[in-house]
Design a protein. Structure first.
Length: 111
């Protein structure tokens, strides 16, 4: 009886520790998700021109950050080139979402 109580107490301690760890991870994830949501307007309506100006400023900051690396040299993105689809070679989508269907040869047909 006493041995069984010890085992249960030990399992309970492990479960509490796991619950504590999972709650901390969940809070950190929720905090990151909340931080990603940036509120553009604090009150009142936002006009189209104002929103375009804000978007342009944000894009300009991102562009400058990607053009120059941390040490002032070219960034990895610039050295690698622009992203494009492997199937058709066009920018704007990837091979998973590409509308071009690649026909497989008779290599896979093993009849």
């Amino acid at each position: 009886m006493a041995k069984g109580m010890q085992v249960m107490a030990h399992q309970m301690t492990l479960m509490r520790e796991e619950l504590h760890t999972l709650r901390e991870a969940n809070q950190a994830l929720a905090k990151r998700r909340r931080a990603k949501r940036s509120r553009v307007q604090l009150g009142g309506a936002l006009t189209i021109k104002e929103s375009q100006a804000l978007r342009d400023e944000k894009d300009k900051g991102k562009r400058l950050a990607t053009e120059e690396g941390e040490n002032g040299g070219p960034s990895k993105r610039k050295a690698m080139g622009d992203r494009h689809c492997r199937n058709c070679g066009k920018a704007g989508h990837n091979s998973r979402t590409c509308g071009v269907v690649i026909e497989l040869g008779s290599e896979l047909d093993s009849d």
